[in-house]
Design a protein around this ligand. Structure first.
Ligand code: M6R
Length: 366
């Protein structure tokens, strides 16, 4: 049942505020200022003594892993590697019993991720799963884990699972950091409070749907798109590019913004739309100068900014404003306009957004 929406994908994009509320229910407690994940209570020793985390995943789940890496390293001071499950399983990787492997999978059935879990387990690692489909193969193969509780995802393009995965990774990083004493109590409290506010802020971002639908029509001509972001926004750029290519069949690449001058800048001309995540954070000035470089070459800039930004509004072709939040939580808001942009461009081009060609919802063969 599409619940009155024309496609499952749009329904699932709009469900995200409720999904995240469900995902955080009983886990993020603002009254007691606390984040509780049962897996951390039950397996505290294994998790806080981990010398290293290895995240294994594919596709969108791998992008969520890239955001999780930054949070775990920032707050817990434990090294994190993020691996494509398909590469990891065939590479003879170094795995020891001091490692905790985090397997991220919406379906819980992705063949490569499941094989990576089995390999890591056979080599003595402790395995933590972050999955959506309850009772699927990956949760059954792990030692413990946390479900994202976002409900069934039908659209082939993953949307609410991504924000659910990022939310669980945020809770995991916070709860672990508190146990390890690697985060200040003021930072912890600030992030917990703000995380609780995210569903309301997401609703505000969803109000931009009509505006994004309109501007999408301008860009259906494009054959290539570039997506740029830095820090926490870099994986968001990768995810935005993946959404566009899988449902609209427009070639799109996500890049760390500063890498642009090491190659992709050669592609920029007046036909090239560049989506830049340029929210007001530590990297703002640097990303602003990337936008100037794109404009100097007549590229078309669609900028995702923090509300009230004047600088970028003056130079970008299109500007999408997000509510303010803490830097590590920005991906939860910045992803939404990119999902909507991909959706509306694909619809304008008459594509089958829920079942794009050549793709299956869960990749159970390698
Ligand atoms: O079920 P999983 O999370 O393991 O699936 C991983 C990828 O196949 C999946 O994220 C794929 O990239 C999506 N179609 C992206 O929208």
């Amino acid at each position: 049942d599409k619940g009155g929406y024309p496609h499952f994908m749009l329904k699932e994009i709009f469900e995200q505020p409720d999904c995240l509320t469900n995902c955080m229910r009983g886990r993020v407690n603002v009254d007691t200022d606390n984040v509780v994940l049962s897996a951390i209570i039950d397996y505290k020793k294994q998790l806080i003594n981990a010398k290293r985390f290895i995240i294994v995943a594919c596709g969108t789940s791998w992008h969520a892993g890239q955001i999780g890496k930054q949070m775990i390293e920032n707050f817990c001071r434990i090294p994190v590697e993020v691996e494509y499950a398909s590469e990891f399983r065939y590479r003879n990787p170094v795995i020891t019993s001091d490692d905790v492997v985090i397997a991220i999978s919406q379906s819980g059935e992705t063949a490569d991720t499941l094989a990576a879990v089995k390999l890591a387990k056979d080599n003595g690692a402790f395995i933590y799963g972050i999955c959506n489909a309850i009772g699927s193969s990956i949760p059954r193969a792990t030692n413990t884990g946390s479900y994202i509780h976002v409900g069934p995802e039908i659209g082939v393009a993953s949307t609410k699972a991504f924000t659910g995965q990022v939310t669980v990774l945020t809770m995991l990083a916070l709860a672990l950091a508190k146990e390890k004493g690697t985060i200040s109590s003021s930072d912890y409290l600030e992030i917990v409070k703000e995380l609780h506010e995210i569903p309301e802020k997401m609703k505000k971002v969803l109000e931009l749907n009509d505006r994004i639908s309109e501007l999408s029509r301008i860009f259906t001509y494009a054959h290539n798109f570039l997506y740029l972001g830095r820090g926490y926004s870099y994986p968001v750029a990768l995810e935005g590019a993946l959404k566009l290519k899988e449902i609209s069949y427009i070639h799109a690449e996500g890049y760390p913004a500063a890498e642009m001058k090491h190659g992709p800048i050669a592609l920029i001309d007046s036909d090239m739309p560049v989506v830049v995540i340029a929210t007001h954070n530590a990297m703002y000035e640097k990303v602003l100068s990337n936008i100037q470089e794109v404009k100097a070459r007549k590229g078309k800039v669609i900028a995702i900014v923090t509300e009230g930004d004047d600088n970028i509004s003056r130079i970008a072709d299109e500007v999408i404003e997000l509510p303010t939040t803490i830097e590590c939580l920005e991906p939860l808001l910045a992803t939404i306009p990119l999902q909507l942009l991909a959706y509306h461009i694909a619809v304008c081009k008459g594509k089958n957004v829920d079942q794009p060609r050549n793709l299956a919802k869960s990749v159970t063969v390698e």
